[in-house]
Design a protein around this ligand. Structure first.
Ligand SMILES: Nc1ncnc2c1ncn2[C@@H]1O[C@H](COP(=O)(O)OS(=O)(=O)O)[C@@H](OP(=O)(O)O)[C@H]1O
Ligand SMILES: Nc1ncnc2c1ncn2[C@@H]1O[C@H](COP(=O)(O)OP(=O)(O)O)[C@@H](O)[C@H]1O
Length: 201
């Protein structure tokens, strides 16, 4: 059933996204960090957010782990639940982009079609896909939360990269190789991209 059929209309308001962006003094868009568990999504997103904050930019970091404590606490790690997780994070992202905020999302988001669905919610330049590229071997070696150990002990099933799929982006805007570069260099790479493409000055 369409929204019109449900008697829901689209309300126009006085203050627009463009007016909010002007107030913030910068464009609004999302940096969508995708990658395996332990690849460095949270670390790099947080470092980039700190750099943007130092430039007086308004940001919001949505971390998959954190969102699953509240908004998405009803969702499991089944394929459908992961899709719903990303759909909801995508809709929240759209609201924050409307608010004039720079959004940073750090979520595994393993299914390419789910990420593309979020991309299609936004205008072309508003979705910046950042592939946090790190080998499974290195992620497992890091194992910052001890999850890989639990997987190997048979305590976690359906784990991304081991017993569940991860579809790497085919043409992401940015590829960050966290097993080759240090944290600061990786974050600088993202900031340099944003400057070179005139997202920020
Ligand atoms: N089965 C399974 N597979 C993958 N990850 C798992 C799983 N169970 C729990 N965790 C923890 O949940 C974090 C991933 O949540 P996301 O919302 O980012 O995942 S997803 O996008 O819905 O796939 C993930 O966080 P990161 O390690 O930061 O990626 C883990 O801490
Ligand atoms: N270049 C790097 N970029 C990001 N994280 C790195 C890097 N080198 C080592 N690490 C470490 O790898 C781990 C990544 O964990 P985390 O950011 O939570 O990953 P994810 O959010 O993808 O699960 C952290 O312990 C971090 O200190």
């Amino acid at each position: 059933m369409s929204q019109e059929d449900k008697n829901i209309t689209w309300q126009q308001h006085n203050v627009t996204k463009e007016m909010r962006q002007k107030l913030h003094g910068h464009k609004s868009f999302v940096l969508w960090f995708t990658g395996l568990s332990g690849s460095g999504k949270s670390t790099i997103a947080s470092e980039v957010e700190k750099m943007l904050y130092k430039r007086n930019h308004s940001t919001m970091l949505l971390d998959g782990d954190n969102v699953r404590h509240g908004l998405n606490k009803d969702l499991s790690f089944s394929k459908d639940a992961r899709t719903e997780n990303i759909r909801r994070i995508g809709e929240v992202t759209k609201l924050f982009v409307e608010s004039g905020t720079i959004v940073l999302v750090a979520a595994i988001s393993p299914i390419a079609a789910d990420r593309d669905a979020v991309r299609s919610l936004l205008s072309k330049e508003e979705f910046v896909e950042v592939y946090i590229d790190c080998s499974l071997i290195e992620c497992e070696k890091r194992d910052p939360k001890g999850l890989y150990k639990k997987v190997r002990e048979g305590l976690i099933t359906n784990f991304t990269g081991i017993s569940d799929p991860y579809e790497a982006p085919v043409s992401p805007e940015i590829i960050v190789k966290t097993d080759l570069l240090g944290v600061n260099e990786c974050a600088e790479q993202v900031i340099n991209y944003l400057v070179s493409k005139k997202y920020i000055s």
